[in-house]
Design a protein around this ligand. Structure first.
Ligand SMILES: C[S@@+](CC[C@H](N)C(=O)[O-])C[C@H]1O[C@@H](n2cnc3c(N)ncnc32)[C@H](O)[C@@H]1O
Length: 249
């Protein structure tokens, strides 16, 4: 298998080309890996609440959400081919070609926003995960402001990522967002992922808990593993030494 160069992951044309031949792929594992966490943190919502998925790709995440009873789902992506494939597979949700950094939705349009590995794809080309001033981190900052704008106060933003809390939490606690952050860690085979649960609230506890402590809830899952994802991860520079360095400083 020809692995793409890492930097391709951040380019729209990479995804467009990939989705021509690829029918379905689940970055960071499928819905089942996250089902119990979603049930726990979305229990305050009604199943008729509006959900926006950012960067749906050709994943079945939205189909699985619908099968769990969530009725009102909109998916966006920058790849038309990925959206067309999903639309053919599951007609009942909305699929919209849109860049998540400049969304045309109205303020407070959604009750829930979810993304799986989509913000990660913007950060792949950043030279250092610590440099919050890089153009890639600034782009993620713009996306987060857009999410804040389109999310109802009282809404929930679920972000599923490779990125460890000491890299991602500072972005989520940026001034003006006014978010509280909780983190769950999912152990996979070889790789692990993190689920960030973000709501309006006091950022201070997250700053203390996730930037100065390595204690996290660990859940186990074994149904995802991919050399392609390891390659992606390599470029994000998220090895366990860095986690230990950060938590001991
Ligand atoms: C790593 S894939 C994740 C796909 C899917 N969420 C999953 O979990 O399998 C990243 C996706 O984000 C999409 N994407 C990248 N930049 C985007 C942007 N600015 N706006 C919307 N979607 C974007 C890509 O087209 C791709 O489908």
């Amino acid at each position: 298998m020809n692995l793409p160069r890492n930097e391709d992951y951040s380019k729209p044309e990479y995804w467009e080309k990939r989705y021509i031949s690829e029918e379905e792929y689940e970055w960071l594992g499928g819905f089942q890996c996250y089902k119990s966490i979603l049930q726990k943190y979305l229990s305050k919502h009604q199943q008729s609440d509006s959900i926006l998925q950012l960067g749906c790709g050709n994943s079945s995440f939205s189909t699985d959400l619908r099968n769990e009873g969530w009725e009102n789902i909109t998916n966006i992506d920058i790849s038309l081919t990925g959206l067309q494939k999903l639309r053919r597979r599951e007609r009942d949700s909305n699929y919209v070609l849109m860049d998540m950094s400049i969304m045309s939705f109205k303020d407070k349009a959604f009750d829930i926003v979810v993304e799986k590995c989509t913000l990660d794809s913007l950060l792949v080309t950043a030279e250092s995960p610590w440099d919050l001033d890089s153009k890639q981190h600034k782009l993620v900052g713009r996306v987060l402001k857009e999410i804040k704008r389109i999310l109802n106060p009282g809404g929930t933003f679920i972000s599923i990522t490779f990125s460890q809390p000491h890299f991602r939490v500072p972005l989520l606690l940026a001034e003006g967002l006014g978010w509280s952050v909780q983190v769950e860690k999912i152990e996979g085979v070889g790789l692990h992922s993190f689920v960030f649960i973000i709501q309006d609230g006091d950022p201070a506890p997250a700053r203390t808990k996730y930037l100065h402590s390595s204690s996290l809830v660990i859940q186990h899952n074994s149904d995802w593993e991919s050399s392609d994802e390891e390659k992606f991860l390599e470029n994000l520079n998220l090895d366990s030494d860095q986690e230990e360095d950060s938590s001991s400083s």
